[in-house]
Every structure is written in structure tokens, then in C-alpha cells.
Design a protein around this ligand. Structure first.
Ligand code: BES
Ligand code: MN
Ligand code: ZN
Length: 496
């Protein structure tokens, strides 16, 4: 697993600055007033810091941008980085400031002079998240250092308090890194079996993990899920992860689409860009990251995560267009297009989750439709819900963590597009409103009394250009928002 950078919080020691190597970062508000740390740096560099923040270059910066002083006289460090950031800066700018530090330091040590800055946790989290580097399959060259390898030290006025404040952010960063590692992993490495094994490792954190194999899934009647995986050499699996940190109340359920590779099946996808479908397990990867985070920070909540792990391949045994398959619920589905496979996986897992756990609410995550990318691009996930309160709670959490999410409609008129001549429904609704008809399909497997959200993360789970907080590839979108959502709505409060 890619480990987040080691972060050490220490008491501010001004006498240690001259000898610190790598990058020294200080945070300066837009008006340019220097705190004691920056003043010491200024003295050591014979006034360079002051000149920098009084220069036109400083005025051109936006909040969260960084001004770099190279090879400063008077210091062992190779760079002084001045982060322009007010103590009341919005979260996204604070995280961007940290992210900028992660980008500029490369493999060098980083010393952040944090004092008691109100946004310090966000700055450090930004640095950690942007420091991610997926190097599992790169042969290291001599002297190569991954960004995470060099230590990060944060000097503060109260190290214990800062360490405590950062603990939950660290758990979230670990969860995000787990999600990114899973989503970035190639499909020949992350088979359904390998995926299940990675999830079993969550037991080390106290998560109960159960792997349901094909024989069991057959007995349960998960035929639509099995229909997707039957063309693959990799066995289909459902993995159930339970974190019981709350009392004895019913759990909240998170369900993830885990198509380890989506060729489209017999309705084969075109060759160009098919390699991207290695990320089609993004929903399952996100559920794994959230479970990790909840366990790592010992959340006082009961959450069950279920993922359907399958591979969608063309084969002599693969499901054909026109096949009719009966779901675990009992409804029959005419498979018009074997490339609309995610919904066939999810509908059985969602039904099973409600059947077995009677959850207080349920959120499914899936890289479900290309259409959501046309609608919302890579900035927002699509949010479909049968319950306004639940949707609002999630949107609020996503706003708080800076992860884009946008409500989309559901409605009976869309549902009609799923009418089949031969079965209870077909698995596609035609080109218009492709993301909505996919959500309508799922809603048929949601009990009326289950508050439910469907998150279509096809546009946000993985991106071809780096974002503020992640390099190109998997983003880990949603891990922090869902962690926040659970914290705000489902956790028994601290009694201390
Ligand atoms: N996994 C894809 C959706 C997808 C597309 C994710 C692009 C990420 C990027 C899904 O299984 C799929 O193939 N959907 C089809 C549905 C269609 C056949 C109704 C699509 O979106 O084209
Ligand atoms: Mn598909
Ligand atoms: Zn798919």
C-alpha cells in the first residue's frame, strides 16, 4: 500500500531553522505580516522573506499559492516556500496551499512552520493527499525517492494539540490512499480474488470481513451479478465489511460496484480508451477506503460496506444481449446491452444488503455511466436520491470536504424507458438521460422504506489530468465526504 507521508508535529524551535534541509515553508497572510517564525527566517536570510512579501510577485498570488525562494543565503535548506494564506481562508485554499508544497518539494524533506494557524490541519492534509504517488509498477532508478519517503515535520506552538487535531485527517488520508491504490491497480494484478484479499486485510483494523464465493451467491439467488462475471476466469465475489463502532442500532450501508475490468462483454467496447476500464471498480474502492478510515479513527458508528467484485469479459459462456436473467429480488431483467453491467451487479448486492441488514439508510457508489461525464464532467459526481433529507446531508458533507457533488432528478417518466417486451425490465433505457435511467433501474431494487442515495462517480473517480489534491489517475473522491457524512449524522457523540 502507498503510505501517506510520515508527519511529525514538534514544538517550534527557532534555533533549528538554519540547519533544516530541503524545503522550509512558512504561512503568511495576504497582507504580509510576518509571524515570529517567518521573522526568524527573514533574519537568517538577511531580509529575503520580507522583500519577497513586499514584491509585486506576492501581490499576484492567489490564496493558497506559494512563493519560492531558491538556495537562500544563511540556510541549509534549498528552498523557502511562503504560502499565502489567511487564517480565515476557505478550506479548499488551505488544502491547495499544502498541495502546492507537496508538488514543489518532490522527494525533499519538508518543514512547515505552522505556529497555531487555524487552517494548519487542512494545509497538512492537502500536502499529504497531493503527495500521493502510485509507484507500485515502476522500477526504481538509482536514488529515486517517492515523495512520501522523505519526512514532513510541522513545527507548532502546541505539538500534542496539533497531533490530536490531525489524527482524524490522517485516518482519512490513509483511506483515500487505499482507494487510489485499488483504483489505479491494473486488472491483471487486481483480480476479483486479489481485491478480496486486500479487503480481508481490513481485519487488522478491527473490521469484520466476510467473502461470499460463487456457490454461496448462487444459493442466495444473485443471478444478475453472476451473469456479469460468468465470462471471466476470475470468480465473482461479494465482500461484506462490517465496522461496529456504535451501539446495537442497525447499520448504515455502503454498496460499491467492483467491476475489476469492463470490456463491455459481448457488447464489446471500442478499443480506444478501453484501458480506462481498469478503474471500473471505483465504487468498491471507495467503500474500502471509507471502511478503512472509519476503523482507523474508531468511528462510533455501525457501518456495513458491501462490494460486488466481478469481471465483465466476452467469452463462450458470457451473457448475451437478449438473455433474460432473474435477480435476487425476483424481478426479471432482459439484458439488452452487456455493457450496462454495473446496475446488474449493484441490484443484487443492494437487495441482499437490505434483506440481511435492514440498514437505516443506503448509499451505492458506482462508475456507472459515461453519460454522467457528459452531464457533469470531472467536477461533480451525480447524486440521485429517494430522500431529500439524506441527499441534503450528503451534499452538505461533500461541500465541507470540498468534493464536488450535484443532485440529479429521478422520476416515473424516466422509469418508463426501462419497459421490456419480454421481461419485467430491460437493463438500458436508450440514449436520453442515460445516467437517470441507470439510477431508475437501481431504484427498483430499493425498498420504499430505505432512504437511499446513488452516487454516479464515473467522472470523478479517476482523472487524466492532476487536480489540486491528486495527481493524474485515481482521486479517492468521496472517501472524505462519506467519512464526514457518517461523522455528522450517524455517530454517537463523545461523552467526554
Ligand atoms: N463502466 C461503464 C461506465 C463508464 C464509462 C465509467 C466511462 C467510466 C468512464 C459502464 O459499465 C458502461 O459501460 N456504461 C454504458 C451504459 C450503456 C451501455 C447504457 C455507457 O455509459 O456507455
Ligand atoms: Mn459497462
Ligand atoms: Zn462498467
Amino acid at each position: 500500500m502507498t503510505a501517506p507521508a510520515e508527519i511529525t508535529f514538534t514544538q517550534t524551535d527557532l534555533d533549528a531553522l538554519a540547519a533544516a534541509e530541503g524545503v522550509i515553508a512558512c504561512i503568511v497572510p495576504p497582507a504580509g505580516a510576518l509571524g515570529v517564525e517567518a521573522r526568524r527566517l527573514n533574519r537568517l536570510t538577511k531580509g529575503a522573506v520580507k522583500r519577497a512579501v513586499e514584491s509585486p510577485a506576492w501581490e499576484k498570488l492567489s490564496e493558497g499559492d506559494v512563493l519560492e525562494l531558491g538556495f537562500p543565503a544563511g540556510l541549509a535548506a534549498s528552498t523557502v516556500a511562503i504560502v499565502r494564506l489567511d487564517k480565515r481562508a476557505p478550506l479548499a485554499r488551505a488544502m491547495a496551499g499544502g498541495a502546492a508544497l507537496a508538488k514543489l518539494r518532490g522527494g525533499r524533506e519538508l518543514l512547515i512552520l505552522g505556529a497555531a494557524h487555524r487552517r494548519l490541519t487542512d494545509v497538512v492534509l492537502g500536502a499529504v493527499l497531493r503527495g500521493y504517488d502510485f509507484a507500485d509498477h515502476k522500477t526504481p532508478k538509482d536514488g529515486d525517492k517517492t515523495p512520501a519517503a522523505a519526512p514532513v515535520t510541522v513545527m507548532v506552538t502546541d505539538a500534542d494539540a496539533a497531533e490530536y487535531a490531525f489524527a482524524d485527517a490522517r485516518a482519512a488520508a490513509e483511506g483515500v490512499f487505499l482507494t487510489r491504490d485499488l483504483v489505479n491497480a491494473p486488472a491483471n494484478v487486481l483480480t476479483t480474488t486479489a481485491f478480496a484479499t486486500r479487503l480481508e486485510a481490513l481485519r487488522d483494523l478491527g473490521v469484520e470481513v466476510e467473502v461470499l464465493e460463487e456457490a454461496e451467491l448462487k444459493k442466495l439467488g444473485m443471478r444478475t451479478l453472476l451473469a456479469v462475471g460468468q465470462g471471466s476466469e476470475s470468480p465473482s465475489k461479494v465482500v461484506v465489511m462490517r465496522w461496529n463502532g456504535g451501539g446495537d442500532e442497525k447499520p448504515f450501508a455502503l454498496i460499491g460496484k467492483g467491476v475489476v475490468f469492463d470490456t463491455g462483454g459481448i457488447s464489446l467496447k471500442p478499443a480506444a480508451g478501453m484501458e480506462d476500464m481498469t478503474m471500473d471498480m471505483g465504487g468498491a474502492g471507495t467503500v474500502a477506503g471509507v471502511m478503512h478510515t472509519l476503523a482507523a479513527r474508531k468511528a462510533r458508528a455501525n457501518v456495513v460496506g458491501l462490494v460486488g467484485l466481478v469481471e465483465n469479459m466476452p467469452d463462450g459462456r458470457a451473457t448475451r444481449p437478449g438473455d433474460v436473467v432473474k435477480s435476487m429480488k425476483g424481478d426479471t431483467v432482459e439484458v439488452i446491452n452487456t455493457d450496462a453491467e454495473g446496475r446488474l451487479v449493484l441490484c443484487d448486492v443492494m437487495w441482499y444488503a437490505q434483506d440481511r441488514f435492514a440498514p437505516t439508510g443506503m448509499i451505492d457508489l458506482a462508475t456507472l455511466t459515461g453519460a454522467i461525464i457528459i452531464g457533469l464532467g470531472h467536477e461533480n459526481a451525480g447524486v440521485f436520491a429517494n430522500d431529500d433529507k439524506l441527499a441534503d446531508a450528503f451534499l452538505k458533507a461533500a461541500r465541507a470536504t470540498g468534493e464536488g457533488a450535484w443532485r440529479m432528478p429521478l422520476g416515473e417518466a424516466y422509469d418508463k424507458q426501462l419497459k421490456s417486451r419480454v421481461a419485467d425490465m430491460k437493463n438500458v433505457g436508450g440514449r436520453p438521460a442515460g445516467s437517470i435511467t441507470a439510477a431508475q433501474f437501481l431504484q427498483r431494487f430499493v425498498r420504499d422504506d430505505t432512504p437511499w442515495i446513488h452516487l454516479d462517480i464515473a467522472g470523478v473517480a479517476s482523472v487524466s489530468k492532476g487536480t489540486d489534491l491528486s495527481p493524474a489517475g485515481a482521486t479517492g473522491w468521496g472517501v472524505r465526504a462519506l467519512d464526514r457524512f457518517i461523522r455528522d449524522g450517524y455517530e454517537t457523540k463523545d461523552d467526554g
